[in-house]
Write a new protein. Structure first.
Length: 474
């Protein structure tokens, strides 16, 4: 839509990384007009964020890409340590658990970031959206009615703008929002995607080489012929040229330079942890690396970013499409900033060897109990908790019932009255029993967290109204 030479949209998303693409998918399925722009000419080409945690797998399944993630990814391989060209022994770097009724994904899933982004872009196109590449933000201004963004392709007017443009966010710097943090490790690091001859190194393990120069790892990336190389530099600076990568591997491993047949992508960085002072300024929101930057050691950065988008998407949809009060959007920062801060601390401790990659990295225990949208408790759960999976009856799972952009009012083991069908915005479901829930009524938000819980419907209609829901209770 264009008026007087100014393109108009409801939400302008700046940056087509994991958080920007996930948000665009979520808004598209809600019927919200969004324009997703990306400064680069194509999607990011590297493997950088390769770990998909169990909670993020649940999110991606809800967004409609669960099968693709399953098909193109794989379980994290077991680590194998090396010294002087000899294998020293295997060890598992991750907590693994068998799937349960409540938690269908028990271990981290490996998939290169470029593949995650390709999958989300394909889903966005299925939903009628796309990315406008080679388009940079050069300035923005706000007023009570919206945001005017100056793009390299011309001005855009939007009701809201979302910054998903990475750790060096142009949007964040334009707004003057400080980002406080620390250096996690003074040693620079190199990350690259390389191909290695089959006879030189197997793809069954995550290979770990230690030495005085710093550690070096080679992790096979499922669904590809690539390994992700990560190397620490205690002295000197990384050489990111193909020749430099080959020389590095020849010096630190048993590989010969010619064993590295291709260097597909390479970058250097210094591990740091940083958190934006605010996640919102007026009608502009920060998501992903624009809001928080992690050490890659904990496998939390991409996952936290996708879940930022998942939290924000339904709230924008309720305000723009269903008459929810704009104050609902205040809860984005109130809920997500504390989570990001916790995950930053976790990533830093894992990087420094102060904590193992345990249950906390899976993000299944994260929630919003202290958040402004959490009211009540029932059975075994409290509002703000993640809504567990479980049997829903008739061969369905609860996640099948929850899947989609709607709210779900779930009655477990109770005859309490349910509202009349709420169309596409609200579904009601009864389950005779579900071990993870106990007994009670649970209003499950579109992002899979319990917003309200109680033994009967007292107070439910008033709470629902703050979400843009008009419940007709019998």
């Amino acid at each position: 839509m264009e008026l007087n030479g100014v393109k108009e949209t409801e939400v302008l998303i700046v940056g087509a990384g994991p958080s920007g693409l996930a948000l665009a998918c979520d808004l598209a399925r809600r019927g919200v007009r969004a324009l997703l722009v990306e400064q680069a000419a194509a999607l990011f080409p590297g493997s950088r964020g390769k770990g998909i945690q169990p909670r993020t797998r649940e999110v991606l399944d809800d967004l409609g890409v669960g099968e693709a993630v399953r098909a193109y990814g794989g379980a994290a391989p077991v680590g194998m340590t090396w010294r002087d060209g000899e294998r020293q022994g295997a060890y598992d770097m991750f907590r693994r658990a068998a799937p349960t009724d409540a938690e269908p994904y028990g271990e981290p899933w490996m998939m290169p970031q470029w593949r995650t982004q390709e999958i989300l872009l394909a889903r966005l196109r299925e939903l009628g959206g796309d990315v406008t590449f080679s388009t940079a933000l050069t300035g923005l201004s706000q007023d009570p009615g919206g945001v005017t963004a100056e793009l390299s392709t011309g001005p855009v007017r939007a009701s809201y703008l979302v910054a998903a443009d990475g750790g060096r966010s142009t949007v964040r710097r334009t707004l003057g929002i400080p980002m406080d943090g620390e250096s996690v490790d003074p040693a620079p690091m190199l990350v690259a995607d390389v191909r290695i001859t089959e006879t030189a190194l197997d793809r069954l393990n995550w290979h770990i080489f230690t030495g005085d120069a710093g550690y070096t790892t080679l992790c096979p990336l499922p669904g590809t012929a690539d390994f992700q190389l990560v190397a620490q530099f205690k002295d000197g600076e990384p050489d990111t040229s193909p020749e430099g990568v080959r020389e590095l591997l020849a010096a630190r491993t048993h590989l010969d330079p010619q064993d590295v047949t291709e260097v597909r992508w390479c970058s250097d960085f210094r591990p740091r942890a940083a958190l934006a002072e605010r996640f919102r300024a007026g009608r502009v929101f920060l998501t992903g690396d624009a809001a928080h930057v992690h050490s890659p050691a904990g496998g939390q950065g991409l996952n936290t970013s996708v879940q930022d988008a998942y939290n924000l998407g339904w709230k924008l949809g309720q305000v723009l499409r269903h008459g929810a009060p704009p104050a609902l959007l205040d809860s984005y920062e109130e809920e997500r900033r504390p989570v990001a801060a916790d995950m930053l601390g976790l990533s830093t401790r894992i990087h420094r060897g102060e904590q193992e990659r345990g249950a906390a990295t899976q993000q299944l225990g994260l929630g919003y109990r202290e958040g402004p949208l959490s009211h009540g408790r029932a059975g075994l759960l409290e509002a703000g908790d993640r809504a567990p999976d479980g049997p829903a009856g008739d061969g369905q799972r609860l996640f099948d019932v929850f899947r989609g952009p709607h709210f779900t009012l779930l009655a477990v083991g109770t005859d309490a009255g349910l509202p009349a069908p709420g169309g596409a915005l609200l579904r009601s479901h009864r389950a005779a029993a579900c071990e993870a829930y106990g007994k009670g009524l649970f209003l499950v938000r579109p992002d899979g967290y319990i917003g309200w819980a109680g033994d009967d419907t007292s107070g439910l209609a008033e709470y629902a109204a703050t979400m843009g829901l008009d419940l007709k209770l019998g």
